[in-house]
Design a protein around this ligand. Structure first.
Ligand code: ACO
Length: 323
């Protein structure tokens, strides 16, 4: 018997505090017009001082669990994609498992920066297809505001905090048709936080481990790579571009999203966009956008949804879903 996975519930959570472009104008040498024109972002959400990645992950997970109508006891795998774990260990997934009152099932984190959710979804799908899991909680949760240099206008205008989650359930027909993952570590220096636990821990403790990005190089690679992976995904499923109903790309920049849609000949009405109000929430961006489009009724049963991610590493990946 073949096992497949289907997304049966989605959830999202954004911190209450909204940071507008106007407020950023008072913090760094930038303008609302520059940010909106170059990125499409008008605001982002920022976690409160006493709010952490785990809190965001828990809120999004509870909403996904409620939407799917599953019992938490029945969840038999938890995968959390995050770059901004609250602790070195235990993993965010283990801490989340405890918050949700689940005991015994495997729980682990995945680190692929902005492609993290697609990586996590793919890994969860492999567990489902092999019969090792039947109800999975997959989360993308980030507090990128904690690794941003708020005096660097090149990066601080781009990012926000948030979490998105899905429940996957076993089905006899595929909801997730295919996933495709890639990475090339040769590009590490173009987008990175160059410090970590075993390298200059004291700098981390002093809060000086921040995102560094070669913006225009990342931009060019993102557009090229997201186009290529869309072609790879369609070919693997013997599908044409015009058979796609929805594109849910990683929400980094409106211009990257528009260029990707153009390569797919998709009108912008078929592209789910949250970058204007969420900013770039890294691993949370795709599940947050999915949750918005599911809850407002845009995505309907039987439709084909292409998710695409690109991020630090570089990492990139896609998931094609029949809703
Ligand atoms: N306000 C005003 N001016 C700015 C700002 C700002 N916030 N930031 C940069 N500038 C200036 C630059 O200093 C530069 O000035 P100069 O010409 O005097 O040197 C000028 O604007 C143009 O800079 P560019 O970098 O060429 O601008 P670009 O059009 O490329 O836009 C941006 C920059 C928005 C960062 C874009 O390159 C981008 O979106 N890159 C990709 C980001 C991304 O997708 N990241 C990947 C995912 S993130 C992750 O994985 C963690």
């Amino acid at each position: 018997m073949a096992y497949f996975s289907r997304i049966t519930g989605t959830g999202g959570y954004l911190p209450e505090r909204v940071l507008s472009n106007a407020e950023l104008e008072t913090m760094v040498n930038t303008t609302d017009a520059w940010i909106r024109e170059r990125t499409g972002i008008s605001q982002r959400h920022i976690a409160a001082d006493d709010e952490f990645t785990l809190d965001l992950a828990e809120a999004a997970s509870r909403r996904a669990i409620e939407a799917a109508g599953v019992r938490t006891d029945d969840i038999d795998l938890i995968v959390v994609a995050t770059t901004t774990a609250d602790q070195v260990f235990p993993s965010t997934a283990c801490l989340l498992q405890s918050r949700l009152g689940i005991h015994g099932c495997p729980a682990f984190d995945i680190q692929a920066v902005c492609t993290g959710f697609v990586y996590a979804l793919s890994v969860a799908d492999q567990f489902m297809r092999s019969g090792m899991a039947s109800k999975v909680l997959v989360v993308g949760a980030e507090t990128f505001s904690r690794i941003i240099d708020w005096t660097d206008r090149n990066t601080c205008v781009l990012f926000g905090d948030g979490a998105g989650a899905v429940i996957l359930e076993r089905d006899s027909e595929p909801g997730i048709l295919s996933t495709h993952l890639h990475a090339d570590g040769d590009y590490a220096s173009l987008l990175q936080v160059p410090k970590g636990v075993s390298n200059q821990l004291s700098a981390v403790q002093q809060g000086s481990a921040f995102v560094e990005m070669a913006g225009s190089e990342v931009f060019r690679m993102a557009v090229k790579t997201l186009g290529r992976i869309a072609d790879e995904t369609l070919a693997a499923n013997d599908m044409r571009k015009d058979q796609l109903d929805w594109l849910i790309p990683h929400q980094a920049n409106h211009r990257i999203i528009a260029a990707t849609a153009k390569k797919l000949s998709m009108p912008m009405e078929k592209v789910v966009q949250t970058v204007a109000t969420h900013g770039n929430t890294s691993a949370a961006s795709i599940p947050l956008a999915l949750d918005v489009a599911v809850r407002d009724g845009r995505i309907k049963q039987g439709e084909h949804v292409l998710m695409e991610g690109f991020g630090g590493g570089f990492t990139w990946g896609s998931a094609l879903i029949k809703w």
